[in-house]
Design a protein around this ligand. Structure first.
Ligand code: GLP
Length: 242
């Protein structure tokens, strides 16, 4: 893992932007994208830039089950709202949360993952160490799967909904294996609420109990964090990161 610690989220997002720019300029064609508040600053930088993604393909990580694609809290909507309306891609894929037939939704997306191998995969980090919607305990060998969200993830995501009862309880998500298939992985995590998860990801054992820890085994994993998210790391890790 290459770990970089920044004074704040904006500085880390600028670095993520530079990685996307370099990837695009060196011929990357397929970008794995993520949702949540963490990548919003990166998407704003991309939207304002003169980078041209019109020959690129995007493949998103996950989607809630049971929300129509035009629901304001769906990840389809999020991607349109934050990026695609400003920066058109040749093709964009997000798992189909409106398809309640899990077998067919998973099979369709597994085929997309095979057809469009990702050059780079962007990730956020859940406070409990999840990546995508791969909650603690998710099988590291899973490619695409349907998951039940943990209470803590529903709690963490309720801020986007009018009522906690409106938060979907299930999601389709790329599994750890699919995430690891990307040539380069860029994970961002900001704020004290992520500090425990960052510590487990970087300094803990590689275990399904801490899904992001699998990135220790990735040949090109770049971790961009702010000082608050880095606050529980050992001095040794922090020194090596700077
Ligand atoms: C959700 C998403 C994840 C995201 C996480 C953290 O659970 N499925 O992809 O990384 O939230 O969200 P935030 O960036 O808002 O902290």
């Amino acid at each position: 893992m290459e770990i970089k610690i920044f004074a704040n989220a904006q500085e880390a997002s600028k670095q993520a932007f530079n990685i996307f720019k370099e990837q695009l300029e060196s011929g990357a064609e397929v970008f794995g994208l993520a949702t949540g508040s963490t990548p919003e600053a990166l998407y704003a930088l991309l939207a304002d830039s003169d980078l041209d993604f019109s020959n690129a393909v995007s493949v998103n990580l996950d989607e809630y089950v049971g929300l129509d694609n035009d629901h304001p809290q769906s990840y389809h909507y999020f991607m349109h709202d934050h990026l695609f309306q400003f920066k058109p891609f040749k093709q964009t894929f997000v798992p189909d949360g409106a398809n309640l037939d899990a077998d067919s939704a998973i099979k369709a997306y597994d085929e997309i993952l095979v057809t469009y191998p990702r050059d780079v995969q962007l990730l956020g980090l859940g406070p409990n160490g999840h990546i995508g919607f791969d909650e603690p305990g998710t099988d590291f060998d899973a490619t695409m799967l349907k998951v039940s969200l943990t209470e803590s993830t529903i709690e963490a995501n309720k801020r986007f909904f009018d009522d906690v009862k409106d938060v979907p309880t299930e999601a389709y998500t790329m599994g750890p294996k699919a995430i690891m298939d990307a040539k380069t992985v860029v994970l961002m995590a900001f704020g004290k609420g992520k500090a425990e998860a960052v510590k487990s990801m970087i300094e803990g054992p590689v275990t399904e109990a801490s899904p992001a820890s699998i990135l220790q085994n990735h040949a090109n994993a770049i971790i961009l964090i702010d000082e608050d998210a880095a606050s529980l790391l050992s001095e040794q890790t922090k020194t090596a990161a700077k």
